[in-house]
Write a protein that binds this ligand. Structure first.
Ligand code: PSV
Ligand code: MN
Length: 424
């Protein structure tokens, strides 16, 4: 299914007057509205191919209707999201969930939809049919060299798929770890991981990067071999300039100060990118901004400050991606909500009075520093986000328009009620 641009324009027309009223109120106190709008318009967040179907837990999965059955249909769904918000111009593939059998035609379809391919993700956390060695006890860290070789070969194969599609980054998340004390020699597991990653690193094309994701627990519950940002950073440093750390917001223990982690990684030039989601307890994979939007804002505040300090391009110098799962929501609606939440937090961070904040910090004026941050956070920037979308041909209100256009009903008509997307 593809969304007709005229229908988006018609829907916008109905909301335009109210939008313009809200916009003029919202921009009254903002100095350089045009710069903010320009930055917002060029900001895009990649959609993971595995988030387009309904997720589940180990207790069950309640599939929705009209889920994409093929990679082509997943691309179409991202095309729908992008048509509505003009901020999701890339898709990130997980191999082997989404093997592009015919790279040329997949690339052609993507570019017809205005999309390109973000990082490709390898998968050595599940066994695939016909696989020689099992990953039950890990992959890149495995005690058996043959298992490590197989996992390295898989990553090299994923790079090849990515090359054919025009990707320029390999994203590696390992579930390698241990379930019980004594199961694993931590030092050897780390060394094995490093050696395996070095082999993968040497297979990277010149213009490629490798992003090393960390996670404290799950599926292993005693240790994870790349369990936190320190371990990932250590590996990235040992690997070299093409390697950096990927931060998935759900991969921290409760109370962790993620904004501080982000700030230091950015300062060191080792922040690869993000997997955005939200959580209350752990790796909950909830809609971005649904639980703790203030934390998201604080993260963006560090990002904007840190990127500006290094003269970076906000839109392209960091890999922005969602990594969420939707057990009870329509995946497309959920992803639209997530992208909106990210754009809201980004806009609020752009509005922080940096000079005043710096002065307050210099004066140890703690109260004023908080006031400055919260002034930006409490600004209703939704009209600016809507305006940026409108100006680039998207919908003023993407979720409402998706519903008005009967997006899901049409997908069900096209694909059927009982479809299940590949993925977790
Ligand atoms: C693991 O929890 C993770 O965050 C990794 O990024 C995986 O690739 C992704 O989720 C998909 O399951
Ligand atoms: Mn992730």
């Amino acid at each position: 299914m593809q969304i007709n641009k005229n229908l988006i324009a018609d829907a916008n027309q109905q909301q335009l007057k109210a939008h313009q009223r809200r916009l003029s109120l919202a921009t009254e106190d903002i100095d350089d509205v045009e710069t903010v709008l320009q930055k917002l318009s060029s900001f895009n967040i990649a959609i993971p191919s595995w988030a387009l179907g309904t997720g589940g837990t180990r207790f069950g999965r309640f599939s929705g209707g009209g889920e994409p059955r093929t990679l082509e249909e997943k691309l179409e769904d991202v095309g729908v999201i992008h048509a509505l918000n003009q901020s999701s111009n890339a898709i990130s593939l997980h191999i082997p969930w989404d093997i592009p059998d015919n790279a040329a035609s997949i690339r052609a379809l993507a570019s017809q939809l205005g999309l390109h391919f973000d990082a490709v993700n390898s998968n050595t956390f599940q066994d695939q049919a016909g696989q020689k060695h099992s990953y039950k006890f890990g992959s890149l860290h495995h005690v058996d060299k043959e298992v490590r070789k197989q996992a390295v070969a898989h990553n090299v194969e994923v790079i090849k798929y990515g090359k054919d599609l025009g990707s320029t980054a390999l994203s590696v998340w390992l579930s390698d770890g241990s379930n019980f004390p004594g199961q694993l020699n931590f030092r050897e597991a780390f060394q094995n991981t490093l050696e395996s990653l070095q082999e993968i690193y040497s297979a990277l094309p010149d213009d490629w990067k490798i992003w090393v994701e960390y996670k404290p627990y799950e599926p292993n519950f005693y240790s994870t071999t790349i369990g936190d940002w320190g371990q990932s950073y250590l590996l990235a440093n040992k690997l070299g300039p093409k390697a950096s750390t990927l931060v998935d917001l759900g991969h921290h223990l409760n109370g962790t100060n993620i904004e501080q982690i982000v700030s230091i990684l950015l300062m060191e030039g080792k922040l690869a990118g993000f997997h955005f989601n939200d959580s209350k307890y752990g790796d909950d994979d909830l809609t971005v901004g649904s639980i703790n939007p203030y934390q998201l804002f604080l993260i963006f505040n560090e990002l904007v400050e840190g990127m500006d300090a290094r003269n970076m391009n906000h839109a392209t110098d960091i890999g922005w991606m969602i990594d969420a799962s939707h057990n009870v929501k329509d995946p497309i609606e959920d992803l639209l909500q997530s992208v909106q939440a990210i754009k809201i937090a980004y806009t609020q961070a752009l509005l922080v009075d940096k000079t005043a904040l710096k002065d307050a910090q210099q004066d140890n004026d703690v109260v004023l520093a908080q006031e400055i941050l919260q002034q930006a956070y409490r600004t209703d920037v939704r009209p600016l986000v809507a305006e940026a979308s409108y100006r680039t041909g998207g919908a003023l209100d993407p979720v409402t328009v998706f519903r008005q256009l009967k997006g899901r009903e049409n997908l069900i008509k096209e694909r059927g009620l009982k479809t299940v997307a590949t993925g977790l």
